[in-house]
Write a protein that binds this ligand. Structure first.
Ligand SMILES: [Cu+2]
Length: 137
């Protein structure tokens, strides 16, 4: 084929650019943090003893939350919520329905410790359904 050498020269740089783009996007994409809002009215983090998450100030992350219904739930099928009362208007008031869903959130700008709680009456352990968010500078 007459044109093969020429098209190879055109294609190789293109492949290089695509590979670089893939590497760059996977390196700079938001962290995904797995959480469970469980049927026993507890927040859990796989492979962690305590339900504590640590984020950098203003970090954009994706919470991948798996929610399981306890003994009570609300009419719209919300089975739990993940709420930071002081930051409800900043996206930290997630109504959770059964199943696994992705929730992009932005960490608070102010470093410190935040209480995350469930505001849906979800059963026996509801009043203690809390976890901790630590924000580091
Ligand atoms: Cu609850």
């Amino acid at each position: 084929m007459q044109e093969a050498p020429g098209s190879t020269r055109r294609i190789l740089p293109f492949v290089g650019v695509v590979l670089l783009a893939v590497v760059a996007s996977s390196a700079s994409g938001p962290r995904v943090i797995d959480l469970v809002a469980d049927s026993d009215n507890k927040f859990k983090i796989p492979r962690q003893k305590e339900a504590v998450i640590t984020l950098r100030a203003s970090e954009v992350v994706v919470l991948r939350i798996t929610s399981r219904r306890g003994t009570e739930w609300e009419k719209d099928d919300a089975v739990h919520s993940l709420t930071i009362t002081a930051l409800k208007d900043r996206g930290w008031d997630l109504r959770l329905k059964e199943g696994t869903k992705l929730f992009p959130v932005v960490a608070p700008a102010q470093p410190g410790e935040y209480v995350v709680e469930c505001t849906i009456k979800c059963g026996k352990g509801h009043d203690d359904m809390r976890m901790k968010l630590i924000v580091v500078p």
